[in-house]
Design a protein around this ligand. Sequence first.
Ligand code: SF4
Length: 214
Amino acid sequence: MSEEKKIRMFTISTCSHCKAAKRFLREHGVEFEFTDVDLLPRDEKRNILKEVEKYNPRRSYPTILIGDTVIVGFKEERIKAALELDKTGAATAAGEASEQEDADITRFYEALKKAQEAKGYFFNKDKGRTFELLKALLVNKERYGYMACPCRLAVKDRERDKDIICPCVYREPDVAEFGSCYCNLYVSKEWNENAAPHAYVPERRPPEKTRGDT
Ligand code: SF4
């Protein structure tokens, strides 16, 4: 890195893209500050959301500030360019979870795999990433009472969050257009076989639903 730039990230604690961004910076020895917005007390959350909105009106995560540059989503090449990082030692987005690690997750994985493949939706073949996301879904089930999307800010109100209960209503159009859902948990067969580009999936949820401030 040619010069020190202050790095600040707004993240969701369960979000795989946010975890990948943190991992990437740590693996490059880059110091950063982050705020897990979903873990903040209500008043603090409201203030931080106003700040996030200034940089990213859609309030999607991670929202990354590198000096004056705002990067929405874990976009490795843009982060490298902003930090002028060497290409050596690049991080991968692979998760750290092992499929042996947790029998409950394995059972959960197998049950969902069967049901969702029958509908034409496949788990990301990166099992580390997939298991990380499945664990996050179970964390959210415990926190909210339902499996809110790990990569979005839920408000603990089933009615208001119903569009982001996994599988969210955005999965179908995202997989049709990009070959992957927003979190990269569910993908098309072609995406898994690298026969479709692995493009960044932009947030499709309308901004008025991403407020998360109550
Ligand atoms: S299907 Fe929707 S809710 Fe489930 S992980 Fe993917 S983006 Fe999140």
